[in-house]
Design a protein. Structure first.
Length: 290
């Protein structure tokens, strides 16, 4: 594996960052997870825009233009001779001292990793996920905006630990008002009487790229979709439920807190969205090998 760090490609065993990098010391930085399929990077401009928006929100100036970042990312995939896979794009505050202030970090660090990923076993896409509600609440927007995809994921990790300890495939996170925000790494959708519902971004979920693709697919299929505030009750009584994320793609949920959703197996509308999503990813995207 060849990994991009600040303009140079390193072999996996030689790819290193300083122990004084504030991305390590404080989780100070931003990142994107990006998929590529069939020699095309899916929704690359949207991911690049979100990366730069996240950086601007935390007063981090990325040392590459959007076009330079795009070319560096594509070259990283080419260097690894991959055709389908996953890209982790990271920008840290850079090397500083042991103090908290970012003013001592002179140059941000840019890291690009291209590899493969399988977030869930293939069996779960056919059988569906069991999900539990986590006691860990989503960080309030007044403390840290969920729109910022930062390197500090401890809030999500603590919830994921709860899900793992309960033997669940995922963990549902509520906000401080008790409304559904998102899962530990995915957006949530429920289907009731042929309509789709998903929490508004203001509830504390990430403005997911795959989430936006679902809105596009819904429009193409003529399925109504809306964004009301949701509680666990809305998931308990749903006909179907599914999660979306760059790594997860679209995956069905068949139980929440030991309660079967719908018939306890993936539903027909979810199946349509999964099939359509796979169709789109095979033909849409930025070409890697020109």
């Amino acid at each position: 594996m060849k990994i991009y760090i600040d303009g140079t490609f390193y072999a996996e065993g030689e790819a290193k960052v300083s122990v004084f990098d504030h991305g390590l010391l404080y989780g100070d930085g931003v990142f994107e997870g990006i998929r590529f399929y069939n020699d095309r990077v899916f929704k690359l401009p949207e991911h690049i825009d979100r990366l730069y928006d996240s950086a601007q929100a935390i007063c981090l100036t990325i040392p590459l233009s959007r076009e330079e970042m795009t070319q560096a990312l594509l070259e990283t995939v080419r260097q690894n001779q991959l055709h389908d896979g996953y890209i982790r794009l990271i920008v840290t505050r850079g090397v500083g001292n042991l103090g908290l202030s970012p003013d001592r970090c002179k140059t941000p660090t840019v890291i690009i990793i291209a590899s493969t990923i399988a977030l869930y076993p293939e069996e779960l896409y056919k059988r569906g996920l069991d999900v539990i509600t986590c006691g860990t609440r989503r960080v309030a927007p007044g403390a840290l905006s969920s729109a910022i995809k930062s390197l500090n994921y401890l809030n999500n990790i603590m919830a994921k630990i709860e899900a793992n300890q309960a033997g669940a495939g995922e963990g549902l996170m509520l906000n401080e008002q008790g409304y559904v925000a998102e899962c530990t790494g995915d957006n949530v959708f429920v289907i009731k009487r042929g309509e789709i519902f998903t929490p508004p971004i203001s509830a504390g979920g990430l403005r997911g790229i795959t989430r936006a693709v679902i809105f596009d697919i819904a429009a193409d299929l003529g399925v109504k979709i809306s964004e009301p505030e949701l509680t666990r009750y809305d998931i308990y009584v749903a006909d179907e439920c599914f999660l979306t994320g760059t790594a997860a793609e679209v995956i069905p949920v068949v139980k929440l807190d030991s309660r079967s959703i719908g018939g306890g197996k993936p539903g027909p509308i979810t199946a349509k969205f999964i099939a359509k999503f796979h169709e789109v990813t095979q033909v849409d995207g930025t070409p890697i090998y020109v």
